[in-house]
Write a protein that binds this ligand. Sequence first.
Ligand code: ATP
Length: 258
Amino acid sequence: MSISLLEAQNISKRFGGLTALSDVSLSIRKGEIYGLIGPNGAGKTTLFNVLTGAYTPDGGEFIFAGSELPTGTPHVVVARGIARTFQNIRLFREMTALENVMAGHHLRSDSSLWGILTQNRHAREEERLITERAFEMLRYVGIEHHATTVSRNLSYGDQRRLEIARALATEPQLLALDEPAAGMNATETGQLRELISTIRQDGVTVLLIEHDVKLVMGLCDRVAVLNFGKKIAEDVPAVVQKNPDVIEAYLGSGHHGH
Ligand SMILES: Nc1ncnc2c1ncn2[C@@H]1O[C@H](COP(=O)(O)OP(=O)(O)OP(=O)(O)O)[C@@H](O)[C@H]1O
């Protein structure tokens, strides 16, 4: 029997008169790659934002690893073991790749900022370990040769990998990826696919928003489909692909390419 890692229970979110999410419930099992798809504006990113604390939901709750997740507090969500990447890359553009990953580690570090500033011995030792771990993380995603490159000078694909490395540096149980393949060419997408598989093999559960249907269907164990803020399907890819409501949602919205 598979164990559920994250339960979203009747999540609702409104923006003024617009209902972005309407009673969305889903259950992500420990160790799976779970895809979240749907036409533009369906509510996918909004679900990420309420899950990761950027927004407070108007209704519903998240149960993570057996207990309720507080809402509206991103740092608590990270500390509980959920990390995310963003649809529009959000790196520290003027910092090197290594520094970006170290910024992720610091969220997990127990040295106070004061300790780091005053460079006491414990903090220095911890800084050394964080640097080492950050290198490891860059190696893991395949960009260790860019450790000292300023992140804005990295290729698009490498910036996305760096975002993943930074998220992994917080040692999450659940990694939430918001359109990681956006803007990638076929080779980069293939490498991303391998990286996501490796991440899962290494014990991290993955929640994936992605418009590249081929990638989603090939990679995910299960897929949920949102349309106008409602979940209209949730099953293994082969079943979801044949669901008439799903086909209608995509064709009806005119997003043939997605
Ligand atoms: N901060 C906000 N204020 C007002 N409306 C918002 C806000 N964020 C999202 N929305 C609206 O909520 C709806 C859902 O948007 P969301 O970005 O979650 O969709 P999505 O499925 O991620 O779409 P896409 O595939 O285009 O990224 C849209 O109608 C969007 O305009």
